[in-house]
Design a protein around this ligand. Structure first.
Ligand code: DMJ
Length: 637
């Protein structure tokens, strides 16, 4: 039988009521189908196990995946004008409870449990709510939004294995989670206020120049490349100073030109300019900064054209020529071994291995060199012979300091695989313990002295105060717990270098008393050494110590230091100044100079120290260069 006529017959057999019900049901189902399709898109997609983001990506941008959320928290809106410190008044009343981003132990995954950050019960007052990153307006480039919501395809962070030409993407697009933002604390607000005050001076009197001279309301030039502005870019990003950042970005876009007949120091321009541009690229996702980083990176490469491949100290970035200082053919060991994090990252980002090759060669060469003393290196290396010179003098201070720091940090950056770096680091710390550690009187402070041709000197540069932080970072990454113990002892000493001085600010160099004498403190200061350049090292180490232990005393020590900077180095018309005499509170003798690292490092580390947000530059994802510019760890833990 024909199916159609069978259906017709059955239909006629139904009552009128039954026919009406069936017709009504058909009509109802048809209307529902149309509505659900037009309001929900393709409903079948929700039956797949793909995330909504994935589904949206596939439907909206064919071939492109939406970027993951930024690794950093949403921007923290800076407070308005707080007036003169210390009469700070927060914009909004405190807002408990303090919101923590993610589980409290999120960041700490090292094998040593005892070094983990315990859950911190934040007692500091919460000041205001940050703004959600998603709601932020876009910069001129449509793919960038404030704090790094970048629409780019996903990339892994593995280093280039051979001549990989695939460029890498900024870390800001790789974060796997965007968690609740953490409000800033009162102390962080004070740091923001200090930054703004410093920035006001720079903007009013030194805009686009290297350093502010806050007393004479002018500026000084070193390389003529807007050093302070570049050094401060990522600090503004981290502090949430959006307007200031955008203004500085415009200067970088329109006025930063490297095609200049000017000699720059390879090390200083690498750590401040290349490092600053790379980290700002990672935090913001703005390709302008990567383009500028490539430009300066290429212009610095002539420094490596030496007989030994140990780079010259100076490069003319306009002419493409390089040379050692006029009086010698030596370079400083710290300088040639503390440019690696930046050049390696530049290779990873560009896919051009020449940068990494040049700096890796230096490390490999130094690894094999004789003239070390239990892992401790001399301070100079000859660019012709490639040999250490001025043998027999060992310090963790000027000219050697960041060699040790970069051994550990390169090992961390590369995913803890480059064993020679770790070996050299571990050996060097053993060398420090064996030759340079002593205890002072009367307080028995552990300090790192110097060794000159077998003679111990109880002299310690403030620069050495990077060491507690570095030791703590190593311990956090699974190195021996002894390193953490040493870090704890040394940071106490660094704090005492401030606390035992009349202004509460450390001099550039101290000498420790090895023998108890009535009326003498541990710390002695020679007239030539009593200046303070607003250096960051102690605050830097306080930040690491607080991150890894959660002990509030480190925050309190940092707070004291910030207050003393405000008391003795703040210039009312804008800016902060280095001082000549930390021993004279009634006249600390201002030097009329604000170093770029005050904004690049000191205030950044202060802000991070006063934060309980372990994801505000998560130390399992980022490693700081020696100028406090965070660069991604290639294989985050
Ligand atoms: C900075 O330029 C860097 O931290 C460098 O490693 C040492 N000196 C200054 C800060 O003190």
């Amino acid at each position: 039988m024909d199916v159609c006529s069978w259906k017709q017959r059955k239909w006629k057999q139904l009552s009128r009521l039954q026919r009406s019900i069936i017709l009504f049901l058909f009509a109802f189902l048809a209307v529902c189908g149309v509505i659900s399709y037009t309001t929900m898109g393709e409903p079948w997609k929700s039956l797949t196990n793909k995330s909504l983001d994935d589904q949206r990506t596939e439907t909206e941008i064919p071939g492109l995946k939406l970027a993951n959320p930024a690794v950093l928290p949403a921007p923290q809106k800076a407070d308005g004008n707080l007036g003169d410190y210390p009469e700070l008044s927060p914009q909004k009343p405190p807002k408990p409870p303090h919101v923590r981003r993610g589980p409290s132990n999120l960041q700490n995954k090292p094998p040593q449990r005892d070094m983990r950050l315990k859950t911190r019960h934040d007692t500091s007052k919460v000041v205001e709510e940050p703004i959600q990153a998603d709601k932020e307006e876009k910069t001129e480039k449509s793919v960038i939004s404030w704090r790094g919501a970048v629409i780019e395809p996903d990339q892994s962070t593995e280093p280039p294995s051979s001549k990989i030409k695939e460029p890498e993407k900024p870390l800001s697009v790789e974060a796997e989670d965007q968690k609740e933002p953490v409000p800033v604390t009162e102390r962080q607000v004070a740091v923001i206020e200090a930054f703004r005050h410093a920035w006001k001076g720079y903007k009013d009197f030194a805009w686009g120049h290297d350093e502010l001279k806050p007393l004479s309301k002018s500026y000084s030039e070193w390389f003529g490349l807007g050093l302070t502005l570049i050094d401060a870019l990522d600090t503004m990003w981290i502090l949430g100073l959006k307007e200031e950042f955008e203004e500085a970005r415009k200067w970088v876009a329109n006025d930063l030109v490297f095609d200049k007949n000017v000699d720059v120091n390879l090390f200083e321009s690498t750590i401040r300019i290349l490092g600053g541009l790379l980290s700002t690229y990672h935090l913001s996702g703005d390709s302008l900064f990567l383009e500028k980083a490539k430009d300066i990176g290429n212009r610095l490469m002539p420094a490596f054209k030496t007989p030994s491949k140990i780079p010259y100290s100076d490069v003319n970035i306009g002419r493409g020529t390089a040379h050692p200082p006029r009086w010698t053919s030596d370079s400083t060991v710290a300088e040639v071994t503390s440019i690696q994090l930046e050049f390696r990252e530049l290779s990873r980002l560009t896919g051009d291995e020449k940068f990494q090759k040049a700096v890796d060669e230096v490390m490999k060469h130094v690894h094999t060199l004789s003239g070390k003393n239990d892992g401790l290196v001399p301070m100079f290396i000859n660019t012709n012979s490639g040999q250490f010179t001025h043998l027999g003098v060992y310090t963790l201070g000027a000219r050697a300091d960041s060699y040790y720091e970069y051994l550990l940090k390169q090992w961390i950056q590369g995913g803890k695989k480059e064993n020679e770096l770790l070996e050299d680091y571990m050996r060097a710390i053993e060398g420090v313990k064996k030759h340079l550690l002593q205890r002072s009187q009367p307080k028995k402070l552990t300090f790192v002295g110097e060794l000159a041709h077998g003679h111990f000197s109880a002299k310690m540069d403030h620069l050495v105060c990077f060491l507690p932080g570095t030791l703590a970072l190593g311990a956090h990454n699974g190195l021996t717990a002894d390193h953490m113990k040493l870090a704890e002892a040394l940071i106490e000493t660094c704090y005492q270098m401030y606390a035992q001085v009349e202004t509460g600010l450390s001099p550039e160099i101290v000498h420790f008393n090895l023998h108890a004498q009535k009326g003498h403190k541990d710390v002695e200061i020679k007239p030539a050494d009593r200046h303070n350049l607003l250096r960051p090292e102690t605050v830097e180490s306080l930040f690491y110590m607080y991150r890894f232990t959660g002990d509030k005393k480190y925050q309190d020590w940092g707070w004291e230091i910030l207050q003393n900077f405000n008391k003795y180095t703040r210039v009312p018309t804008g800016g902060y100044t280095s001082i000549n005499n930390v021993q004279n509170p009634s006249n600390p003798e201002p030097r009329d100079k604000m170093e770029s690292f005050f904004l690049g490092e000191t205030l950044k580390y202060m802000f991070l120290l006063f934060s309980d947000d372990i994801d505000l530059i998560n130390l399992d994802k980022y490693v700081f260069n020696t100028e406090a510019h965070p660069l991604p760890i290639w294989v985050p833990t």
